[in-house]
Write a protein that binds this ligand. Structure first.
Ligand code: PEP
Ligand code: MG
Length: 914
């Protein structure tokens, strides 16, 4: 039969799966000979069996009894003994730390008889009755489901009646009365008395801890931290030591380094005459470690020595819970401590300098998410803030400005030096100039791959989208919150793109020193310890990474910034933004023309404009590859709104105004109207439906390359065809591009190499990649559309409509638009890569969907053997760091290079260490 209970003496820190983090570390500290009160751990196997069947596994409590008997023998006291009772604590402890999410019951073993024995034996009736009231309170709430407030109310009433402010001012008699009151509350609320049998208490507490794995708050925490729902928790039963035995006792928490800044040196809080959660619950003011030294020099010195030992043993910053009982130090818990992003970088590099870990290991200790956090300006957390709504954290950062409701106003106010927040129900390509001008963008609809989100991230602009509780009335230039607060145009707003929060008024913002360093405005040596740590680990990542990193950029300014951030080329230059503004009229003409001659006239006008666009970008990326995607979105996006145009034509008809052109336009708009534009006339289909369009773009790209080359630059254009589903589509367009290349060569008299590739963004493209590779020099996975078409999820709608339900129900742990769905979309990436390379072993393969900047997805692309990831300029450092981490973690796990590997995913940066 599987052993379900293990004494602390027999385990170790490597057994977190079985013993949970707390149990494994208690065992490890025991093994190290540290002063740990003895005890045993009930395994996660036992919990999983209980959760699966609804009943405690056979033999569990017999095993518990046997371990308890040994414990009693060892400490020379018995549970429930009326003279000198043994008391135990029962604590949860899962593999991954879930602080405060599950249950704990302390002081198990007390009853009406043994409390008197405890009072006699310790000579402190107050202590005995305080312990008893804690037990009835915790057991009542946790095991018997009594409303916690009822106990708190009773304590408050007792303090009021006595005219005192603190719990320590209640004496033994007060506490005895409180116990009587608590027991009455239990009987009334739970319908049964508080159990006097200590074994019944122990069993009830164990089951309550098992059950707490599935409490709402624990389930919510797991979803947020991406901790698997089926791990279960271990249960630790441990001899109680008492921090509440008077002024020479107390309990504390400590970190071996400062968890906020990473600065070396211990850091902690101690509370005299206190137990359990008191120290973190804010019941009384705590003391620092220095003050503890004055109070208890012996235990303080021992604690510092243990902290040093633990840090060198765990080779990382540790956090610790300890108790001082009548001047004697006891260790109750340790684990690798949680820390801020800033502290993570600093501690990792400090440990390298101290010779504790290697640079490669240090790289594994920081994450792209932490780097991203350091790169955004953030609001001052100590400032007063009035929350109006919470939407989706679409593009991080902190932005403050006047609310404006249309792009024209955004541009004019910004030009007058007034920062603005552009507020829309949703944005369209028409809003681009407003988004460029705005400090931040707020929408009430749309998800993380909506137009607003993608464009904002591309520009490094702060964006909150899908703030559904806001009623945005663009015409009236105002929005209303769920509680009726009205924000008018010109009112100041602050939006936090990292949390999705929207605040009224101006919240003070702090800029990021890391970005100033990336931008080259601060030198690494002048940036302080965090900049120095980031600089160092970026170098380690760059030295190790196998994949290169490109940027998604469609203008010279973004390209230049991406280069400063370390981009090694452009992986996606979307050309649709080049057809807006004044050029829109040319697109209208293109759509209205009936003859090839008229169409050619439009192309002749567009060609020099496009060429100039590409000259700028190729110049900014001189010497690096620039992947230009031919026009992709549905044509109607360039046309007037159907309803507006119908009204204009109807009014013109009624008033006898000339409306010939508008009527023709209306017919075209009606003809091009689609029920599902994302699945309609877009991508390669446009190129085939409008002969000459892609040829003109290809020619402009190649002529631009010729111009740049002629100036002595090195242009490396790659022409990319979107939304291909069949090799025949690519072949048809490729012959047009080859013809354009020929024309450009002749016209400019220069030799030009040109490469033609395709996006893989439809399942059919991934599944027929072997055939498509016959006509492609490179692939780039468009994982936004690939996710949309694989799942059948509309990328503009689903995140704000039903994803929260899916998350709550545990159907999705994270949006597949944010992190690649490895089993479905990710598998298509792998299949497409492998089959494409089978046809053409030198096929270059990259990814340019939003996932290219997502840390977890970058690891997956490394596994699949991709050559590069491409992401918005601002994410480039994150992708560099994660690409380096992917290589180092894979090599440390002893795996080969990505191309043929079939194993499970890399270790993830998800759940924190425990
Ligand atoms: C994609 O689909 O992943 C992609 C990069 O193209 P877009 O987002 O422009 O459709
Ligand atoms: Mg796409």
């Amino acid at each position: 039969m599987t052993q379900l209970v293990h004494d602390f003496e027999t385990g170790g820190m490597e057994q977190k799966d079985l013993l949970g983090g707390k149990g494994a570390n208690l065992a490890e500290m025991t093994r190290l000979g540290l002063p740990v009160p003895p005890g045993f751990t009930i395994t996660t196997d036992a919990c999983r069996a209980y959760l699966a069947t609804g009943s405690v596994p056979d033999g569990l409590f017999a095993e518990v009894d046997a371990h308890l008997a040994r414990l009693e023998e060892r400490v020379g006291r018995r549970l429930g003994d009326p003279d000198d009772p043994l008391l135990v604590s029962v604590r949860s402890g899962a593999k991954f730390s879930m602080p405060g999410m599950m249950e704990t019951v302390l002081d198990i073993g007390l009853g009406d008889a043994s409390v008197e024995g405890l009072a006699r034996h310790t000579g402190s009736p107050r202590f005995a009755w305080d312990s008893y009231r804690r037990l009835v309170q915790m057991y009542g709430r946790t095991v018997l489901g009594v409303e916690g407030d009822r106990f708190e109310d009773a304590i408050e009433a007792a303090k009021r009646a006595k005219g005192v402010a603190a719990d320590v001012d209640l004496d033994a008699d007060d506490l005895r009365n409180l116990v009587a009151g608590f027991r009455a509350v239990v009987e009334e609320d739970a319908g049964r008395p508080f159990p006097q049998d200590p074994r019944e208490q122990l069993r009830g507490a164990v089951v309550a801890v098992f059950d707490s794995w599935n409490s709402d708050r624990a389930a919510l925490y797991r979803r947020r931290e991406r901790i698997p729902a089926d791990l279960g928790t271990a249960v630790n039963v441990q001899v109680m030591v008492f921090g509440n035995r008077g002024p020479d006792s107390g309990s504390g928490v400590a970190f071996t380094r400062d968890p906020a800044t990473g600065a070396a040196g211990g850091y902690g809080d101690y509370l005299a005459d206190a137990q359990g959660e008191d120290v973190v619950a804010g019941v009384r003011n705590t003391l620092s470690l220095d003050e503890l030294e004055r109070l208890h020099p012996g235990p303080h010195a021992e604690l510092l020595d243990i902290m040093r030992r633990l840090e060198s043993h765990y080779r990382d910053m540790c956090d610790i819970e300890f108790t001082v009982e009548q001047g004697r130090l006891w260790m109750l818990q340790t684990r690798v401590g949680k820390r801020t992003a800033e502290a993570a970088f600093r501690i990792a590099t400090d440990l390298v300098d101290e010779g504790v870990i290697s640079e490669e290991e240090a790289l594994g200790r920081v994450t792209g998410d932490q780097l991203a956090q350091l790169m955004f300006p953030h609001f001052d957390l100590h400032a007063d803030r009035t929350l109006l709504a919470t939407g989706m954290s679409a593009s991080p950062g902190a932005a403050v400005g006047e609310a404006v409701f249309d792009s024209g106003t955004a541009v004019s106010r910004a030009a007058a030096g007034r920062p603005v927040i552009l507020v829309r129900r949703e944005t369209t390509p028409d809003d681009l100039h407003g988004m460029v001008a705005a400090a931040g963008i707020l929408t009430s609809r749309g998800g993380k791959t909506s137009h607003a989100a993608v464009v904002a991230r591309g520009m490094g602009r702060t964006c909150v989208c899908g703030a559904e509780t806001l009623e945005v009335d663009v015409r009236a230039r105002r929005f209303t919150t769920h509680d009726g607060t009205v924000i008018e145009e010109g009112d100041v707003l602050s939006i936090d793109g990292s949390t999705g929060e929207v605040f009224a008024g101006e919240v003070p913002v702090r800029p990021s020193p890391i970005v100033r360093w990336f931008e080259g405005t601060t030198a690494a040596e002048d940036g302080g310890p965090v900049v120095a740590a980031v600089d160092r680990l970026m170098r380690v990542a760059d030295r190790h990474r196998r994949m290169s990193v490109r940027a998604n950029a469609d203008n010279a300014a973004d390209a230049a910034r991406a280069r400063r951030f370390g981009a090694e080329g452009i992986g996606l230059c979307r050309t649709e933004h080049m057809f807006l503004g004044e050029r829109r009229e040319l697109v209208e003409r293109l759509i209205l023309t009936d003859t090839p001659e008229e169409r050619q006239e439009v192309f002749d006008e567009l060609l020099p404009l496009q060429r100039a666009d590409f000259v700028e970008i190729l110049t900014a990326m001189d010497g690096l590859p620039v992947t230009v995607r031919l026009l992709d979105p549905p044509l109607h996006e360039f046309l007037p709104d159907l309803t507006d145009l119908s009204v204009r034509v109807a009014v013109a008809e009624a008033t006898g105004q000339p409306h010939d052109k508008e009527s023709r336009l209306l017919l075209a708009v009606q003809r091009l109207h689609e029920q599902n534009p994302m699945l309609g006339l877009r991508g390669v289909r446009l190129g085939i439906a409008i002969p000459g369009l892609f040829q003109m773009q290809a020619r402009a790209i190649l002529e631009a390359a010729a111009v740049v080359t002629g100036r002595g630059g090195a242009a490396l254009p790659q022409i990319m065809v979107p939304l291909v589903g069949a090799v025949e589509e690519l072949r048809a367009i490729r012959s047009e591009i080859d013809a354009a290349a020929h024309e450009a060569r002749v016209a400019h008299g220069v030799h030009l190499d040109h490469r033609v590739g395709t996006m893989i963004e439809l399942p059919r493209a991934a599944l027929t990649a072997g055939a498509i590779a016959e006509a492609a020099d490179f692939f780039s996975f468009g994982t936004n559309d690939l996710t949309q078409t694989t799942w059948g999820f509309s990328r503009d709608d689903v995140e704000s409509s039903f994803f929260s339900r899916y998350m709550e129900a545990g159907i999705l742990g994270v949006s597949p638009f944010e992190t690649i769905d490895r089993d479905g979309v990710g598998r298509l990436v792998r299949i497409g890569t492998e089959e494409g390379r089978r046809t053409r072993p030198d096929l270059e393969v990259g990814v340019c969907g939003e996932h290219g900047g997502d840390p977890e997805s970058v690891c997956w692309f490394d596994e699949c053997g991709l050559d590069y990831v491409s992401c918005s300029p601002f994410r480039v450092p994150v992708a560099r760091l994660e690409a380096g981490r992917a290589t180092v973690l894979r090599e440390r796990a002893g795996r080969g290079r990505g191309r043929t590997h079939d194993g499970p995913g890399l270790p993830e940066a998800g759940p924190g260490p425990s």
